[in-house]
Design a protein around this ligand. Structure first.
Ligand code: NAP
Length: 286
């Protein structure tokens, strides 16, 4: 027997297996393309011949493949070997995927934990690597040592299996929304002959200030309090108009300004001009 089995040895699954090995966990690995196990075997992992053997080898089974469909296809091959195991799904999916996986795992006698890794493979295994988890608390406690090896920033979000995926999608939306704005900012810099590298550095430096603004928006929405803005929606909407005008003047892509300006226009048309920026959520609520 080993401590943990890792199924799926792509970039992320390999990083998970390496982190577990570094933390002195005994690890069994399996991948559809068997050759990907070889470097891990050199580092001390045991390669299983098939999925059933991989699942039988450890009490904790970590799966990290392309998506939940691929995961289900693989795990179906394990048969009754899953009974009594802790099954942790790290493939990316929706809350509904997670709830269905939980039901499926329970029907096969496994204790299910859904996980979402808010990190790239090279960030796995750090004391601050953020990991969202939800589902069986017993499974969480049983797998805690292995999970801590994967990342120190464990955030258990409760027994509802879909919670980790929901947090993941909410966090990724925030991150990519910011990134799309950043890429437009890069085009602004390029059009004006400014250093893109310095722009990236500056945004990194001011990210705590942006984080503080995000925190305030969350509190305002949670309290349903959109009054007395320091910076009203009408003032913010002026930025949308400015983005569009500058893009036209510079002859750069207006895709991001058009998106932002469209939302601001809808907020203004809905009569939110004197409310806080956070009232934008009312536009999205419809
Ligand atoms: N990379 C990241 O930065 C990152 C960050 C957070 C979350 N994730 C999530 O982690 C998961 C894996 O990502 P990755 O970066 O490791 O991807 P990857 O390098 O492309 O590896 C994909 C893995 O899935 C396996 N796979 C795909 N389809 C399969 C199928 N039908 N049956 C069996 N195995 C199948 C592949 O096996 P073969 O080797 O046989 O092709 C490989 O092990 C994804 O859900 C991804 O969203 C990744």
């Amino acid at each position: 027997m080993t401590d943990v089995t890792v199924i799926g040895l792509g970039a992320m699954g390999t990083a998970l297996a390496v982190a577990l090995l570094k933390a002195s966990q005994r690890v069994t690995v399996w991948n559809r393309t068997a050759a990907r196990a070889a470097p891990l075997v050199q580092r001390g992992a045991t390669a299983a011949n098939d999925v059933r053997q991989a699942v039988a080898a450890s009490p904790v089974i970590v799966v990290c493949v392309y998506d939940y469909k691929a995961s289900r296809a693989v795990l179906e091959e394990a048969g009754d070997a899953l009974a009594g195991k802790v099954l942790i799904e790290f493939s990316t999916g929706s809350p509904l995927d997670a709830r269905e996986a939980d039901r499926w795992a329970q029907n096969h006698g496994a204790d299910y934990l859904d996980g979402a890794l808010l990190a790239t493979p090279s960030q796995i295994g750090r004391p601050d690597t953020p990991i969202f988890l939800s589902g069986s608390e017993t499974a969480y406690r049983q797998a805690e040592t292995a999970l801590k090896a994967i990342g120190g920033g464990l955030m258990y979000r409760g027994g509802e299996p879909g919670a980790a995926a929901a947090w993941d999608i909410a966090a990724l939306s925030s991150m990519f929304g910011m990134m799309f704005g950043f890429f437009h900012g890069v085009r602004v810099c390029e059009a004006e002959g400014l250093s893109v590298s310095a722009f990236g550095d500056m945004m990194g430096q001011i990210s705590p200030v942006i984080g503080e603004m995000v925190r305030q928006q969350g509190k305002s929405i949670a309290a349903d309090n959109f009054a007395n803005p320091e910076s009203s929606m009408a003032i913010c909407a002026g930025s949308g108009t400015l983005f569009l005008r500058q893009a036209r003047e510079a002859g750069i892509s207006a895709e991001f300004p058009t998106f932002a300006d469209g939302l601001f226009r809808r907020a203004m048309a809905a009569g939110l001009g004197e409310e806080t920026l956070s009232s934008m959520v009312k536009v999205l609520r419809g």
